[in-house]
Design a protein around this ligand. Structure first.
Ligand SMILES: [Zn+2]
Length: 310
């Protein structure tokens, strides 16, 4: 879809997902690559004699609160650009393992989700018997969102822009973990993703690849974003599978973890071949979990620790 901002009618504007900061646009500067997940730092444990009596602890930094696969970015929670200055952005066309259409070659996403995105698109195309699935929007810089905001404010006024355009800094597209899917036919013409069989397939299967359909019709009152069949957010496993099975949006899932889990009482859940142990903690220092684990902030109140059960 080509975007000529000044000519877009309201309906098309809404369909293009401006409320969530969706739609095609400029991308920002690539940041230096860094770690793909916020890892906990083990505390120094020098006293080997009493190590058995004093279990190792891990401490979480303030920065970690705003990093990771599960950060919530919404109208209430701004994206923390400083905490994520080491984001691992790559151009999709450089990183993709096979050729599928990307609306603009400068589009970038977090490198860690590209293999999952490739697999999801490949399997969708195979199921459909077509090769139309495309990426129509990806990482969005704050400057891009500001440009959209300024232009629409000038065109339609302050009230309009406040209702329909995501405030710069509050779009999930800033995370590099969100993208919009589209349809581009082999002759280069665009199709309508939300009315396609691809949209249906993606809604049912994206969780297998660690993605969730982020803005559903029945969650509008919680997310504050209208139904968007094309917008997908990477959260990884087992979170995507659990959210899909229980029909929870990210806001609800994080709330569930906060209310029902702790280091002593994790959510134990099997997704695919692997069983996971997941808990939320508001504490900045906890006893180190056993085995392999990753940590993500929720961008609000605490940390989600995801362990692999041996
Ligand atoms: Zn979007």
């Amino acid at each position: 879809m080509k975007y000529q901002w000044k000519m877009l009618p309201l309906t098309l504007l809404l369909m293009s997902g401006l409320l969530a900061g969706c739609g095609a646009g400029k991308t920002g500067e690539a940041e230096a690559s860094g770690k793909e997940t916020a890892n906990a730092e083990a505390s120094d444990e020098e006293d080997t004699v009493s190590a058995a009596a004093a279990p190792a602890t891990i401490t979480f930094s303030e920065e970690q609160l705003h990093k990771g696969n599960l950060i919530l970015v919404s109208k209430d929670y701004a994206y923390d650009f400083d905490a994520n200055s080491d984001m691992d952005l790559v151009r999709i066309v450089d990183a993709q393992s096979f050729s599928y259409p990307v609306e603009k070659e400068e589009y970038q996403l977090s490198a860690k989700l590209i293999p999952q995105l490739d697999a999801m698109i490949r399997d969708c195309n195979e199921a459909m018997g077509t090769d139309y699935t495309s990426v129509s929007s990806a990482y969005r810089s704050k400057e891009y969102q500001q440009g959209v905001w300024d232009e629409y404010e000038e065109l339609y006024g302050e009230n309009y822009v406040k209702s329909y355009v995501a405030v710069p800094g509050f779009s999930e597209h800033h995370t590099g973990l969100a993208l919009d899917l589209g349809i581009i036919y082999s002759d280069g013409s665009p199709g309508t993703f939300s009315e396609s069989e691809n949209a249906e397939w993606m809604a049912k299967n994206s969780y297998r690849y660690g993605f969730v359909r982020r803005y559903a019709e029945d969650k509008v009152e919680i997310t504050g974003i209208s139904n968007e069949a094309w917008h997908f957010r990477y959260v990884g496993q087992p979170h995507a599978a659990y959210m899909y099975e229980k029909n929870l949006c990210l806001e609800e899932y994080l709330e569930y973890l906060r209310e029902h889990t702790s280091p002593e009482n994790p959510l134990v859940y099997t997704a695919g071949p692997q069983t996971y142990s997941v808990f939320f903690t508001p504490e900045k220092e906890i006893v180190e979990p056993e085995g392999n684990y990753t940590v993500s902030g929720d961008n609000a109140r605490g940390y989600v620790v995801t362990g692999v059960v041996q």
